[in-house]
Design a protein around this ligand. Structure first.
Ligand code: F6R
Ligand code: ZN
Length: 185
């Protein structure tokens, strides 16, 4: 028999559409992510309630070996000059790797190993990124539009946010007079 797929995925705007409840949506406003930024003094109420990033996650199965598929939308903006970014994480099961595919926008994918060495790849429409297991990853939106990114990874990977919350990444990215400034910490 031939049946229709349960889900559709837009190559134009990344949106995942499927049966009721199949896509779990998450929204983080700046209020939720404030502690990841270097300087949060004097922010307006408007900025605090702005969307930092949104996610749509489709998890068909959770058993070992299964995959999940998600779209992340990282909004443009800065916090006292520091570009909007995701919290960033290691995977809890640390050998679980991941693919990111950028659909639109401009940014950086920052990688960090357990020894706190960092490097970054430019993200742009159609850039494809492989994130090896054991490597922390964070997206930075350095452009003026939403950075839309599709991700695919093992459903059982989990997220270790605590390590990044405690120790951060060793580098930050700022807009200084319209230019990208890379500041190691
Ligand atoms: C999943 C993954 C992405 C991120 C999403 C939000 O392993 O890497 O789907 O979860 O971009 O970023 P975080 O999770 O760092 O807040
Ligand atoms: Zn991940």
């Amino acid at each position: 028999m031939i049946i229709n797929p349960k889900m559709t995925y837009s190559l134009i705007n990344g949106s995942l559409v499927g049966p009721e409840g199949s896509v779990v949506k998450g929204v983080k406003s700046l209020k939720d992510t404030l502690r990841i930024y270097a300087n949060t003094q004097g922010l307006s109420e408007d900025l605090l309630s702005a969307i930092n990033y949104r996610t749509e996650v489709y998890t068909p199965e959770t058993t070992e070996g299964s995959l999940q598929f998600a779209t992340s939308y990282v909004y443009p903006g800065t916090v006292n000059g520091e570009y909007f970014m995701t919290k960033g994480h290691f995977h809890e099961i640390s050998n679980r790797s991941e693919f990111y595919l950028c659909l639109s926008g401009e940014g950086l994918l920052v990688f960090m190993d357990r020894q706190r060495n960092w490097w970054a790849e430019r993200m742009h429409k159609e850039s494809l990124h492989y994130i090896p297991g054991h490597i922390a990853h964070r997206m930075i939106n350095t452009g003026n539009d939403v950075l839309t990114v599709q991700a695919c990874w093992n459903s059982d990977a989990g997220h270790d946010y605590g390590t990044i919350e405690n120790d951060g990444f060793p580098v930050r990215f700022f807009d200084r007079n319209g230019k990208l400034s890379i500041e190691e910490v």
